[in-house]
Design a binder for this molecule. Structure first.
Ligand SMILES: Nc1nc2c(ncn2[C@@H]2O[C@H](COP(=O)(O)OP(=O)(O)OP(=O)(O)O)[C@@H](O)[C@H]2O)c(=O)[nH]1
Length: 312
């Protein structure tokens, strides 16, 4: 495709058209937003665990589809806020939705039209725009139930299109991606083509370690921890030295993260290091410290570190 411009402006006339669209993935906690983001981008950019509300920051994934660049905003789950941290997450999620040209609401087909989903639909209706519905986890439900649910949701009037997908198996994801590319307006790419995530490597590295802590200690430490990368040093031999702090709220939690004779911390460290080495394609020296930072969830400074606003 060529731009229709005056014929004497050869450089513009001959430059290939590019398209760039911003897409917000929204949904109730655990609907599968991070899994879908990873499937769309084809690289691990958002952590996925089976715990709800693990996404704390707005992480942007970038995908290419032909001459179109799709910039994804993975928002924290939109749900009924209770604690202050919850409220900050909800407002970040809506802010993400407002920044985007296209909103995809991901609904867990197994759970259907829950109160959380109704609330989000009300929010979309109030916003006035149309969203795309992605009915996710179709690998877990029967077809007739799926059709009834998609009908019920479509009748709310807030959706322009419905896609049935499984973010986990990849079923339907390519169709959804192709559709998102078609919706993207003409414009220059916002990021270099090979860039998959515009979050800093420090944050991504912290997310990797946090994921490991959640995976190993989810029963004991529901939401009590956060991870910060304090130092990042690239060495002459091509390796990277990373120092991170795992913040916990109480001494008893510190003990759990460290484990008997330091065994747990050692396991967490080697799990995180392996993944970081694969991601960075170099040797990683990872040093983990555990620190009791009481009431970190109320700490204003940490909110901005996570890309969140402090909401009173
Ligand atoms: N069976 C099945 N499970 C899925 C699918 N998509 C996601 N899951 C699982 O659902 C759980 C939640 O997925 P996430 O991607 O972390 O969900 P999220 O919406 O980002 O969650 P929050 O960060 O809490 O907002 C994980 O255990 C996923 O493996 C799917 O298509 N099929």
């Amino acid at each position: 495709m060529t731009d229709q411009t005056t014929s004497d402006d050869a450089s513009v006339a001959s430059s290939p058209a590019t398209y760039c669209g911003f897409v917000a993935l929204i949904g109730a906690p655990n609907a599968g937003k991070s899994t879908l983001l990873n499937a769309l981008v084809g690289a691990k950019v958002a952590i996925v665990t089976h715990k709800v509300q693990t996404t704390r920051s707005r992480i942007t994934g970038i995908a290419m589809e032909g001459d179109t660049q799709l910039v994804f905003i993975d928002t924290p789950g939109i749900f009924q806020p209770r604690r202050r941290l919850d409220r900050a997450m909800v407002s970040a999620a809506w802010r993400g939705a407002e920044d985007a040209e296209t909103v995809v609401l991901i609904v867990d087909a197994r759970k259907g039209l829950t109160d959380d989903v109704s609330r989000i639909i009300d929010g979309l209706r109030a916003g006035g725009g149309k969203a795309i519905l992605a009915l996710n986890k179709i690998d877990t439900v029967k077809r007739d139930m799926l059709l009834a649910l998609s009908q019920e949701l479509f009748e709310t009037g807030v959706f322009s299109d419905v896609f049935m997908i499984s973010a986990l198996t990849g079923d339907g994801v390519a169709d959804l991606k192709a559709h998102l590319a078609e919706m993207a307006p003409a414009g220059p790419f916002m990021y270099p083509e090979d860039q998959v995530a515009d979050i800093t490597m420090r944050m991504l590295a912290a997310e990797v370690t946090r994921e490991k802590v959640y995976l190993r200690l989810h029963d004991e430490l529901p939401y009590a921890i956060t991870v910060e990368t304090e130092k990042w040093e690239e060495r002459k031999d091509g390796s990277v030295r990373i120092e991170q702090v795992i913040h916990v709220q109480r001494d008893s939690q510190k003990g759990m993260v460290i484990g008997k004779g330091g065994a747990m911390l050692k396991t967490l460290g080697s799990m995180a290091r392996e993944e970081l080495e694969a991601m960075l394609e170099c040797r990683v020296h990872l040093f983990l410290h555990v620190r009791v930072t009481e009431r970190w969830a109320e700490d204003r400074g940490r909110y901005s570190d996570m890309g969140l606003d402090y909401v009173d």
